[in-house]
Structure formats: structure tokens, C-alpha cells
Design a protein around this ligand. Structure first.
Ligand SMILES: *[C@@H]1O[C@H](CO)[C@@H](O)[C@H](O)[C@H]1NC(C)=O
Ligand SMILES: *[C@@H]1O[C@H](CO)[C@@H](O)[C@H](O)[C@H]1NC(C)=O
Ligand SMILES: *[C@@H]1O[C@H](CO)[C@@H](O)[C@H](O)[C@H]1NC(C)=O
Length: 162
């Protein structure tokens, strides 16, 4: 499974708490909208994520603080991902659209299945369950199972749900 969207944040050490029975990993709703603060090694953006599993599509609308290139503001980037593996990078302001064959579809609602439970940790005052997936994703879910934070490769990218 490839996570195609990255948000980053340096992680505080995870405080583990003893549990008798591990909870089960969060399952994403069939559709949702999340507003995320993305920090990719200091590259900041606000990302609107629209996830649509029945529709087989996922949109990351990336409002970057650093989308200038050669002094030109390129405007927001629409990262549109389809279940058949095709992704489009679409910049309405520049009237450009770049197709990319990713070779994988979008994340399944149960993509956290098999994740390792690491315990609970307080993140921004929320008591979260913490999950490790595929050795490079750390996922923090608030009790209601909302995404609170996703860290990919510890310091590469962090998504914080706003
Ligand atoms: C973004 O992440 C870097 C580490 O990669 C950190 O030094 C910096 O403080 C973060 N910026 C914000 C605004 O969170
Ligand atoms: C995948 O689906 C999208 C949306 O319908 C379409 O634009 C694209 O051409 C499809 N890609 C392939 C490889 O069929
Ligand atoms: C967070 O929630 C867990 C599970 O309900 C609980 O065991 C733990 O004590 C809570 N942590 C704090 C700091 O409240």
C-alpha cells in the first residue's frame, strides 16, 4: 500500500500505556472530508482531503505556502487519484494537468488492518490511540477514530487534522 499524500511533523516520543486487550485499528468512513495541516520537512500546506471509496477516487487539494516557481504563483494543486491507478496533478491557475500512472489504487477504508498498536498518547490535548503500519507510517487516531495525525517516516511528512 502506498500513501501518496504526505504531511510531516517531528514526533515527540510515544508514551506507551499498558493495555489488557488491544483495540482494533480505525476503519475509515466510506466518504469523508478532512482539513489537514501538512509539514513536509518544513514545506507547509493546508490540504483538503476528500476521500470517496465508493466513487473510487481521492482528492487532495493542496494550498501550499511555497507554490511559487520562478517567482510565479502557481496556485493550488489538485491531486486527483483514481482507483485504477491514474493520478492527475491539476493546476487550474496555470491551466496545466499532468497524468501519472501510480500503479496502485487509493487507500482502502481498512488500510490500517494489521497495524501494530503502540498504546495511547496525548496529542494536542486529545487522547489518541497510536498505530504503526508498514514500518514507516505512524497513525494517531482520536477516540472517535478521527484522524488526528499521520506521520510518515518520522520526520518526512506529518498531517495534522485541523
Ligand atoms: C515542520 O517540521 C519541521 C521538521 O521537519 C520542524 O522543524 C518545523 O518546526 C515544523 N514546522 C511547523 C510550522 O510545524
Ligand atoms: C482511470 O480513470 C480515470 C477517471 O475515469 C480516467 O480519466 C483514466 O483515463 C483511467 N486510467 C486508465 C489507465 O484507464
Ligand atoms: C487515554 O485513554 C486510554 C484508553 O481509554 C486510557 O487508558 C488512558 O489512561 C488515557 N490517557 C490519559 C492521559 O487520560
Amino acid at each position: 500500500m502506498v500513501l501518496r499524500v504526505c504531511v510531516i511533523f517531528a514526533c515527540a516520543p510515544v508514551a506507551l500505556s499498558a493495555q489488557t486487550a488491544d483495540p482494533s485499528p480505525p476503519i475509515w468512513p466510506q466518504t469523508f472530508h478532512a482539513t489537514l495541516f501538512q509539514n513536509r520537512s518544513g514545506n507547509l500546506a493546508i490540504v483538503d482531503l476528500w476521500y470517496d471509496w465508493p466513487g473510487g477516487r481521492n482528492l487532495n487539494l493542496i494550498h501550499s505556502q511555497q507554490d511559487d516557481q520562478g517567482g510565479v504563483n502557481q496556485g493550488p494543486l489538485y491531486d486527483i487519484e483514481w482507483q485504477n491507478g491514474t493520478t492527475y496533478y491539476f493546476r487550474p491557475m496555470m491551466q496545466t494537468c499532468k497524468p501519472i500512472e501510480m500503479g496502485v489504487g487509493i487507500l482502502t477504508p481498512d488500510w490500517l488492518n494489521g497495524a501494530k498498536y503502540l498504546g495511547t498518547e496525548i496529542v494536542d490535548l486529545y487522547n489518541c490511540t497510536v498505530w504503526a503500519k508498514a514500518n514507516f507510517i505512524t497513525y494517531y487516531a482520536e477516540v472517535s477514530h478521527e484522524i488526528l495525525r499521520v506521520t510518515i517516516l518520522e520526520t518526512l511528512a506529518t498531517f495534522l487534522n485541523l
